[in-house]
Design a protein. Structure first.
Length: 80
């Protein structure tokens, strides 16, 4: 499965993605995003990692206003 970075505030999303079989890591800095296939941010602070540009090859998913199930579906769609 994929390596997904998730903001620590999104613990419910982290648990759901782990249950789906993904490797999930907390994203606290730019270095944490290295090697991730996708990252999920809360959307409350779009510059969560103190970066103005994203340093990953994969997609960035803004979880603002979405349910846990919707976020998991977005991750699956982006990985397909």
């Amino acid at each position: 499965m994929a390596k997904i970075g998730v903001e620590p505030a999104l613990s419910n999303v982290k648990e759901a993605l782990e249950a789906m079989g993904h490797e999930v890591v907390d994203i606290r800095s730019e270095d944490d995003a290295a090697g991730c296939d996708s990252i999920v941010i809360s959307g409350t602070d779009k510059d969560v990692m103190g970066m103005s540009d994203v340093a990953i090859e994969g997609s960035v998913i803004n979880a603002e206003g979405a349910t846990t199930d919707q976020i998991c579906q977005m991750v699956q769609d982006r990985l397909s």
